[in-house]
Design a protein around this ligand. Structure first.
Ligand code: AMP
Ligand code: GLY
Length: 423
């Protein structure tokens, strides 16, 4: 069987790794993939958002199953295009992917079906948006409606900052069309939890929870990034909260999508906040999270390929899987300056180290040697008995890895470990 994974990040490297682990007989392809994946998959050097190129490459390589993971190809209907042309896919179609690609669609869905989330209004007119913020006051959260590389959320600290964000978004200057509509919502407070869940449109089966660290610098300071590290499971997400989320959020969301005529099939990512007022949805993503996937898949006791096929074929209730009672940590090694401008082409050196996996993201090969080619470069992952020991092993491993300007957070898991100790 030939299986293609679309994308080129650490998340895709993790997916390839765990597909191969339980299915030694399948042939793996990545499009475009990255140089660090060369020993796991055949790399197809095309653009993952070019529908015709992807279809042609899939046909030419006899692909039986295509896993579409990044947000952009999902949003433009890559799954629709491949399925219509006879290639079975894992991932939602374009209509269902709106749950991520349009924040106003997601918010309206939650409002209509009573799914707990922050109160909000949608605006396209900057004067109306500004006067709304003057009525409600700060703190407030301004979000670009469309995809914005994880940078579309602003929590202004003054009215001037709010006005500036609105001007930049609604004029199209900040994010083009994605920002010409904005959602302005109530500021919520509490620990954040990421939950990835497989769903075939009727059955929903959450995976182990995790915690992302979105800010660039230690102590949750600095700009938002795609994610600088993760731990799983998330200790704040107790059994009671899991039941509450299942009953009030997960099941109502998939029922709502079904009722709206766009059942969601694939991996649905719930970004949750544990507020004093109960569990609320901060965002949905129509895909696996990055770097959540890197800590969640190691704890999955089951065959990832079988689960993905069952998700696509509408029989997720028939496939058996469970979770290992251990903890995982992932620390991202980024290029200095990320998420702002950074230099590329720094040679990467990886010595013998105690990590369980190093997943490759922004890397390329030059003269047979790996060098940096993106913001997030490597994800160092360890599984252990506790979060503390898993995190410890990641940091020990980082001592054996180097490239010029290497930037990483030194406190991945600290809040979770503090939380465990009642801090
Ligand atoms: P999003 O892209 O929607 O996940 O937002 C990025 C980050 O902004 C989240 O992980 C939160 O830390 C923060 N955020 C988003 N919405 C809210 C909210 N309503 N209240 C407080 N923080 C928020
Ligand atoms: N780590 C957050 C995301 O994948 O969107």
């Amino acid at each position: 069987m030939n299986v293609l994974v679309l994308g080129s990040g650490g998340r895709e490297d993790a997916i390839l790794t765990f597909l191969a682990e339980k299915n030694p007989d399948i042939r793996l392809f990545a499009l475009p993939g990255n140089a660090g994946m060369e020993d796991k998959a055949v790399l197809l050097p095309f653009c993952a958002t070019d529908k015709d190129a992807v279809l042609a490459a899939a046909k030419a390589n006899g692909i039986d199953f295509c896993i579409v993971t990044p947000d952009d190809p999902l949003a433009i209907g890559m799954v629709d295009h491949l399925e219509e042309n006879g290639i079975a896919c894992f991932g939602p179609d374009g209509k269902a992917a709106r749950i991520e690609s349009s924040k106003s669609f997601a918010k309206d869905l939650m409002r209509k079906y009573g799914i707990p989330t922050a109160r909000y209004e949608v605006f396209t007119d900057k004067d109306e948006a500004k006067s709304y913020i003057r009525r409600t006051g700060l703190p407030i959260v301004i979000k670009a409606d469309g995809l914005a590389l994880g940078k579309g959320v602003v929590i202004p600290s003054s009215m001037e900052e709010a006005d500036e964000a609105l001007e930049r978004m609604l004029s199209g200057q900040a994010f083009g069309e994605s920002g010409k509509k904005v959602v302005i919502e109530e500021f919520l407070d509490g620990p954040e939890v990421s939950v990835l869940a497989f769903t075939d449109g009727r059955t929903i089966r959450p995976l182990v929870s995790s915690m992302d660290h979105k800010r660039a610098y230690d102590g949750d300071r600095g700009p938002n990034t795609g994610g600088m590290g993760t731990i799983a499971p998330n200790p704040f997400y107790t059994k009671e909260l899991q039941s509450e989320a299942m009953e009030k959020i997960f099941v109502p969301t998939i029922r709502a999508m079904e009722k709206e005529g766009c059942p969601f099939r694939g991996c649905l990512y719930f970004g949750l906040m544990l507020t004093a007022d109960g569990v609320k949805v901060i965002e949905y993503n129509a895909r696996f999270g990055d770097p959540e996937t890197q800590v969640v898949l190691p704890l999955l006791d089951g065959n990832l390929l079988e689960i993905m096929q069952a998700t696509r074929n509408g029989c997720l209730d028939k496939v058996g899987f469970s979770f290992v009672d251990k903890a995982t940590a992932c620390v991202i090694l980024a290029s200095g300056g990320y998420p702002g401008p950074y230099r590329k082409g720094m040679e990467i050196s990886i010595g013998q180290n105690p990590a369980d996996w190093i997943f490759f993201a922004g890397v390329k090969k030059e003269n047979g040697r790996l060098s940096t080619a993106g913001g997030r470069v490597l994800g160092v992952v360890a599984v252990d008995d506790t979060i503390q020991s898993a995190v410890g092993r990641c940091y020990e491993a980082i001592g054996y890895i180097s490239f010029e300007d290497m930037q990483f957070r030194h406190d991945i898991g600290a809040r979770a470990i503090g939380g465990l100790n009642g801090i």
